[in-house]
Every structure is written in structure tokens, then in C-alpha cells.
Design a protein around this ligand. Structure first.
Ligand SMILES: [Zn+2]
Length: 232
């Protein structure tokens, strides 16, 4: 199926071919992947999203099949969602957590464990590297964001599109990521169902956690606003 994808950022428009196929190992591969990399479930006390609702929405969605569950300071939600999603071979949950560090929020993608306390930025970033996860500075220029102090830590990426941030705060984050030569990611930061998938990433990766994490670290990720950006 040929889809025309038009984004609002520096790359004006390009064609992508989305296909479902099996690789030599018999694994299902979808190219490219579309992912929302920052979602809260009810295991965050301030979210109304049930893991089952999220999985059902991914299963029903025509192109967003990947989501990172990043509850506040808890990995219970991502564990539950991974379990539920295992029934759907074309849906991938990236387990993760949004840690309230002493300086602001850091999302760790690719862990089902919490970092040891105290949650300083250094400790969280070090933990992330030690388990092969990806550390992302969440909404750096919003409330609970780390601001430019984030540049002092060896993080893997900056969240440049957050569904709950103003356009100005997202633009500042985009410039900040560029100044640090770090990949920029997108996450809806959804706390209710209507906020899911408001922004998303196009990721050049295979449909497994390791491949997605590797692609983000290498910068094979393009953050995009959902509204009006996809024309099928
Ligand atoms: Zn969040």
C-alpha cells in the first residue's frame, strides 16, 4: 500500500511504502514504523487510560502500531500492557518509565525495571545505559522539564514534540536537540484516550524493541504532528 506522508517540519514531503511482510526468520516486519513514544496508563495516578484500551486502539489503528508506556515512576503499567499486547503480532509496546528526577522528567525507553534511587539525572542516565535502554529528556521547556541543564547529561535524545507542550516550548526543544546534535522524539504524553497519538514518530526499524531503541539512538526517527499530516 502506498501512502503519501507530508510532515510539517524541515522535510516537506516524501513517499513511503508501508508493507507487511515476513523476514527470513519468519518474523513480521512492517516498514516504516509509526510510534507514540510517551503514554501514561492508569498506573500513573493522573491518567485515565486503561492498558487494554491502548492495546485495542493500536490493534485497530491503520498505521500506528508501536507505543511506549511511560508511567510516572512506575513500571507496572508497561508490564501489564506488554502482556496484553503479546496477543497481537503486529502491535509492539516499548516498556518504559518517566522518572521524576531531582532536576526534571527523564523518560527511559526499554526497561521493565526502575532505576535505583536517588533519582538524580546522572543516576537515571547511567542506569539507562547499563540496561541498554534509551534516555529521553521529556518536554525540556515545560513544567517539570529539565531546561538547558539537560545538556550536561549524557542523554540519548530530546523530546522535541510533546502533545501537552505549547508550540513555543516544542520549538525551543527542537532547537535545543539540534544544538546538542541529539535525535528528537515525539510523544503525546497522553493521560486520556482522546490525547493518544496526537503526535508520533516515523521510525526506520523492525518491529521489535531492540531494533526500535537502536534506531532512536542512531537518529533514524522523525517526529511529526498527527493532525492533517497523513494522507492515504
Ligand atoms: Zn509524561
Amino acid at each position: 500500500m502506498l501512502k503519501k506522508l507530508i510532515c510539517n517540519h524541515s522535510i516537506k514531503h516524501f513517499e513511503v511504502v508501508q508493507k507487511t511482510a515476513k523476514n527470513s526468520d519468519g518474523d513480521i516486519v512492517i516498514e516504516p514504523l509509526y510510534a507514540d513514544l510517551h503514554i501514561h496508563t492508569v498506573y500513573s495516578s493522573d491518567s485515565l487510560i486503561q492498558p487494554k484500551t491502548l492495546v485495542d486502539m493500536l490493534a485497530a489503528h491503520s498505521y500506528i502500531k508501536v507505543a511506549a508506556v511511560t508511567d510516572h515512576d512506575s513500571v507496572r503499567g508497561c508490564r501489564a500492557t506488554v502482556e496484553l499486547a503479546s496477543a497481537y503480532p503486529d502491535v509492539l509496546i516499548i516498556p518504559g518509565v518517566e522518572i521524576t528526577t531531582t532536576l526534571g522528567d527523564i523518560v527511559v525507553l526499554g526497561t521493565t525495571e526502575l532505576p535505583p534511587k536517588p533519582w538524580t539525572p546522572e543516576a537515571v542516565v547511567d542506569f539507562s545505559k547499563s540496561v541498554g535502554a534509551v534516555s529521553v529528556v521529556a518536554h525540556p521547556f515545560r513544567l517539570y522539564g529539565m531546561g538547558e541543564a539537560a545538556g550536561k547529561y549524557n542523554v540519548d535524545a530530546i523530546e522535541v514534540l510533546n502533545g501537552g507542550s505549547s508550540a513555543a516550548a516544542n520549538n525551543e526543544a527542537k532547537k535545543f536537540a539540534k544544538s546538542l546534535s541529539l535525535p528528537g522524539t515525539a510523544g503525546s504524553d497522553a493521560h486520556q484516550v482522546s490525547e493518544l497519538f496526537s503526535v508520533f514518530n516515523k521510525i526506520d526499524a523492525d518491529l521489535n524493541v531492540g531494533s526500535v531503541l537502536k534506531a532512536i539512538k542512531k537518529g533514524f526517527v522523525l517526529a511529526q504532528v498527527a493532525t492533517g499530516s497523513i494522507h492515504i
